[in-house]
Design a binder for this molecule. Structure first.
Ligand code: SF4
Ligand code: SF4
Length: 323
């Protein structure tokens, strides 16, 4: 496939967005109290100054998903409806998080609910020009190029790198906004200096006393996993209607390894009974266990689990200070 770099002028970007929003449900970062991905109304509302407080994960791996229904005699499949969507302005860490969730829900498992949403989405990135805040550590996480189109901000214009057929097709369809360029995206364009994790392997630090700095502040509230773009723990429940108990729905909903009940089983047994076990499990799963099994860093270094933590537990700093 012949992949080309294009130029999109900034004033033209507004017209391009107004045009695509007629065909696609278009989500862009908008800053009000916090920055969130919202459906595009006025392109001038777009704000690239910070990353979205919440990731876009819920558009694909939805908070609550009805898997099937039961009407007393038959199982009724749910209709998998999805819209053509464009996500405009995703950061490299979040694109890699989608890559990891694609791996989990589309390669490791063939999840029709996730796949039906994901297949209809076009991912357009906005490459950071610097670390967005003091908690980012993507430089340590070996991120790769995973997008349909990526915008590189060159002050008055964007260089637009097309990485997939989906991205090329979009440019072909809206070609009046784009000009071909001979520019080759290099490491100079993609390198972003962030803080780093100074340990490649944290396995021998499992019993280190410094974990207490985090554990003692942890409220087991699960905000960190809720906000994490890669966390994928969930539960499955059968819900019946109180007035008509023969009708039922099987529902998958987000859960969290930070909640004690997540590992509770019969006979009042809980596998990760202590806050210490749950706290360490999250970090070790993100940095180590998933990588050992799949050769992929699950964590993408976005830092949201720290910015969103009510007690601001900076577990990267804790790891870096372990001796
Ligand atoms: S957000 Fe912070 S306090 Fe809440 S469970 Fe996660 S680490 Fe603990
Ligand atoms: S573990 Fe934290 S830093 Fe890593 S991807 Fe999840 S939210 Fe981002």
């Amino acid at each position: 496939m012949n992949l080309v770099v294009y130029i999109l002028k900034k004033d033209v970007m507004y017209d391009f967005l107004l045009d695509i929003k007629n065909k696609f449900e278009t989500y862009v970062p908008i800053k009000k109290d916090i920055t969130r991905f919202k459906i595009l109304d006025n392109p001038k509302d777009i704000d690239f100054s910070e990353n979205s407080y919440f990731p876009v994960k819920e558009h694909f791996f939805r908070k609550k998903e009805v898997i099937f229904q039961f009407n007393g005699s038959n199982f009724l499949p749910v209709e998998l409806k999805s819209k053509n969507k464009i996500f405009f302005g995703l950061r490299r860490c979040d694109l890699n998080a989608i890559k990891n969730q694609d791996f989990i829900f589309m390669k490791q498992h063939n999840d029709p609910y996730y796949t039906s949403q994901r297949k209809k989405a076009v991912l357009i990135g906005y490459h950071c020009t610097k670390a967005l805040n003091k908690y980012c550590f993507c430089e340590s996480m070996n991120l790769t190029d995973y997008y349909d189109l990526m915008l590189f901000d060159k002050t008055n214009y964007f260089l637009v790198d097309a990485k997939t057929e989906k991205g090329e097709n979009l440019i072909r369809k809206y070609k009046k906004y784009f000009k071909k360029s001979n520019y080759k995206i290099s490491d100079k364009d993609t390198y972003i200096k962030t803080r780093k994790i100074n340990k490649k392997d944290i396995s021998k630090f499992y019993d280190h006393k410094d974990w207490d700095k985090g554990i003692n502040l942890c409220l087991s509230c699960s905000a960190c996993t809720e906000m994490c773009p890669t966390c994928y723990c969930h539960e499955i429940h059968d819900n019946t209607e109180i007035n008509n108990p023969r009708n039922a729905k099987r529902i998958r909903s987000w859960s969290s390894c930070q909640l004690k009940e997540f590992t509770s089983v019969a006979e009042n047994h809980t596998f990760r009974d202590t806050k210490e076990a749950r706290f360490k499990h999250r970090i070790y799963h993100q940095l180590q266990y998933f990588k050992e099994r799949n050769k992929i860093n699950l964590c993408t270094g976005c830092g949201r689990c720290i910015t969103g933590c009510p007690t601001k537990i900076d577990w990267v700093k804790i790891i870096n200070e372990m001796r």
